[in-house]
Design a protein around this ligand. Sequence first.
Ligand code: FAD
Length: 230
Amino acid sequence: ADKTVLIVYAHQSPKSFNCAVKDAAVKTLTDQGYKVLVSDLYAMKFRAAATADDVKGKLKNPQHFLYNEEAGLAWKEGRLSDDIKEEQRKVQQADLIIFQFPLYWFSVPAIMKGWIDRVMTQGFAYTLQNLYDNGLFKNKKAMLSFTTGGMESMYLPDGLNGDINVALWPLQNGVLRFCGFQVLAPQIFWSPAHTPDDAREALLEAWKTRLQGLQDEKPLSFAPTELFEL
Ligand code: FAD
C-alpha cells in the first residue's frame, strides 16, 4: 500500500515561510505517490489545553481529576472527544509524521504542544511496558521541521543560545523517541526572515530534494533501551 505522511502544521499565516515549507512538502510527497494528510492546527482552532472536556461520559474520579488516567480510560472505551479521535486516526494511518512550526521559546508553539498533550494519550501512544525501543510507534518515523528567528551561529554549542540539540531533546527524545518513533534528523530553516529571497528559494529547493530521498534516510541513534533498568 502507498505510504501515508501526516504533516502537523502550526502557523497562523498562509503567507509565512512555514506555509511555503509545508506546501512544498505536500506537493513533493504527493508527486512521489505518498498520501499526505495535513492537520492545520490554527485553521482547525485546535484546542491546546488538556482538560476534562477531552473525556465524554462519567469521570472515574471527579473529585481528583487526573488527566492521564481519565484520558487513558476514555481512549480504551472510545470516549475521547471527537477532535482527539480524529487526530489519532490520522496518526494511526501515518508512516511518517512531520511537525512543521516556527520555534517558539526553544520549543513548539503552544497549539502544537497541546496537540502532543492531547493526542498522544496513554494507552494510544505509550504504556509503561511500551516505551522507547519497545514503543508503540516503533514502525513509524517522525521528524521536526522548523524555522528560527536566531541564526545558526547562535545555536552552536559555544553560541549565545547553546546547542540546538539540547533544545530539541525534550521533543525528539521526551516525546517522539519515548513513543517509539524512529526520529529523522531535524530540518532546520535558520532565520528565514533575515535570509535574502533567492537564498530562501534555494532552501525550499534543498528541502524538496531531501524529501525525495527521505525513505532511505537512517534515523538518529539514541541509547538502546536495554541498557537501562526500568
Ligand atoms: P516569515 O516571517 O513568515 O517568513 C520569512 C520570510 O520568508 C518573509 O519575508 C516571507 O515573505 C518569506 N516567504 C514566505 N513564503 C516564501 C516563499 N514561498 N519563498 C520565499 N520566501 C518566502 N526564534 C528563535 O530562534 N528562538 C526562539 O525561542 C523563539 N521564540 C519565539 C517565541 C514567540 C512567541 C514568537 C512569536 C517567535 C519566536 N521566535 C523564536 C522567532 C520565530 O521562530 C520566527 O519568527 C519564525 O521561525 C519565522 O518563521 P515564519 O514562517 O514566521 O517566517
